[in-house]
Design a protein around this ligand. Structure first.
Ligand code: DC
Length: 223
């Protein structure tokens, strides 16, 4: 563990791989803080859409991120609004912008430096590669595209949304391609990550498997 900062667990993976569910449960079990990095992109997207800023308008996006608005609002905005599919897609588009990614990294570093918990779980696409390459524990969560699309479909239906499975599948596919192919901060696994495929695991099994990985590293770090 690095002196002066909490134990950092980075959980990265594609949309619908179960990162949020696993990270939230792990944070509770371990008494760690949870930092959902995708919310940064979702809040910026929400605001950009409100102001009519397009994903390719780099200067406008960067000004929006630098404004005090983001720091004031990012914890306060209604998360249900932010979870809409079109916000996820817009987030993936703005995530291609290198200027936005640089500002994202400094935003996360600033937020984590204020953290007083003994550990923090971050989830996203590049939290263990670009944001905290020296994270104490890195998990790469995956599941097949069909399983992920079904999970998203069920989640949206449970929230009373009229959705078509094929559209969800296509959106997920497009978002994966965007998130994996961008030159800066792409979603990619390397051998510093522990891979965890949740395609055939229940939620409880996925959480327990991730917990075993983290506890092993955490105990090891405490010597
Ligand atoms: O994790 P999520 O589905 O809420 O993220 C929404 C989008 O935000 C994702 O498709 C790409 C972008 N994102 C990113 O570029 N880097 C991150 N660390 C987290 C999210």
């Amino acid at each position: 563990m690095n002196a002066g900062r909490p134990f950092i667990v980075a959980i990265d993976g594609p949309a619908g791989s179960g990162k949020g569910t696993v990270a939230t449960a792990l944070a509770q079990r371990l008494d760690f803080a949870y930092f959902e990095s995708g919310i940064f992109f979702r809040v910026v997207s929400w605001r950009a859409l409100q102001l009519g800023v397009r994903p390719e308008q780099n200067a406008e996006l960067e000004a929006l991120i630098a404004s005090p608005w983001l720091r004031e609002q990012w914890q306060v905005l209604d998360r249900t609004l932010l979870r809409e599919e079109h916000i996820g897609m817009f987030s993936s588009e703005i995530g291609k912008n290198p200027g936005v990614r640089a500002l994202f990294i400094s935003f996360v570093h600033q937020e984590i430096s204020k953290e007083t918990a003994k550990g923090v779980i971050l989830d996203g696409r590049d939290t263990g590669s670009a944001v905290f390459p020296d994270a104490d524990c890195k998990i790469f969560l995956t599941a097949s595209s069909e399983v992920r699309a079904h999970r998203r479909f069920d989640e949206l239906r449970a929230r009373g949304k009229e959705v078509v499975y094929e559209e969800i599948f296509q959106d997920l596919h497009k978002r994966d391609a965007n998130d994996r192919s961008r030159p800066v901060g792409p979603l990619q696994i390397d051998d510093t990550y522990c891979p965890l495929d949740t395609s055939n695991l229940s939620i409880a099994e996925a959480i327990s498997a991730a917990e075993r990985i983290v506890r092993q590293k955490y105990l090891h770090s405490e010597g």
